[in-house]
Design a protein around this ligand. Sequence first.
Ligand SMILES: Cc1cc2nc3c(=O)[nH]c(=O)nc-3n(C[C@H](O)[C@H](O)[C@H](O)COP(=O)(O)O)c2cc1C
Length: 212
Amino acid sequence: MSSILSVQGSPRGERSHSRRLQEAFLKAWQGRDAGRQVLRREVGRVAVPAVSEGWIAAAFHPEPDARSEVMKADLALSDVLVDELFAADRLVISAPMYNFGVPSGVKAWVDQIVRIGRTFDFDPARQDNPYTPLLQGRKALVITTRGDRGYGPGGANAHLNHADAYLRTVLGFIGIHDVTVVAVENDEFGGESFEQSYQRAERALADLAETF
Ligand SMILES: Cc1cc2nc3c(=O)[nH]c(=O)nc-3n(C[C@H](O)[C@H](O)[C@H](O)COP(=O)(O)O)c2cc1C
């Protein structure tokens, strides 16, 4: 049965455009089959801890089975977040652009789920290609909103868009290569330019809910 892990990245609640679009998408997608599951993981309004020295020592321990209880505790949340990724066959992330990248909660979540031995493997003997992604057969949808404009492919600000590139890179690194981005622009300008962009995204997401 299909299932989505939904990651909400905006610190804003009801005023968040990306969150509102994500909820509409999830509702439409779930409405197509009563058995479809959605698991939500809030990272915008609930702090996800940054990785610590203890976390790093535990994650990169040469013998994972020999981790101490303290080390296991350091990785406990990361284990839960990774399990959530594996439990779903689809991923939907909503993330506003913040300072040309993603909000810190989304970055913290990424740091928790990109885990050696869990979502990727590293074999230094394979000099040409030491990394093996461990997630397979999944696809992702990124719903993003931006204050300015022109960040899409070919746009005047495309070279400043580190958010989409970053998410595509980290998701690809763990094995999720099928990534669709739906964006709203012009939030800071408001008015018709924003409305048109928002409605285009609504239509794109309504179509995607049929096929995702
Ligand atoms: C801290 C902060 C940084 C932002 N940085 C950018 C930026 O680099 N580029 C941009 O176009 N908009 C930027 N914005 C505007 C947001 O991306 C925009 O308002 C977005 O629609 C907010 O998403 P939300 O409605 O889901 O919360 C920023 C907003 C905030 C609060």
